[in-house]
Design a protein. Structure first.
Length: 69
């Protein structure tokens, strides 16, 4: 089952892992959209400001996105 919820500080390392994995996959295809590795402080800030969401497939985080107001 797919679920989406606000990210918490407990999700921080999993978010870094997902984002770094996606970044490397893009860079291997010649797409340099994001810097590698991701800045953990930026992710912490997005979580603290309630901008970051996590996407779960079953019980595993498989994606993330931010919505800023």
């Amino acid at each position: 089952m797919i679920k989406i919820r606000l990210a918490t500080s407990n999700d921080r390392q999993q978010l870094v892992n997902v984002l770094n994995k996606a970044t490397l996959a893009l860079q291997q295809k010649g797409i340099c959209q994001w810097d590698y590795p991701w800045d953990v402080n930026k992710i912490i800030s997005e979580i603290k400001n309630n901008y970051a969401y996590v996407l779960f497939l079953d019980e595993e985080i498989v994606g993330t996105f931010c919505i800023k107001k």
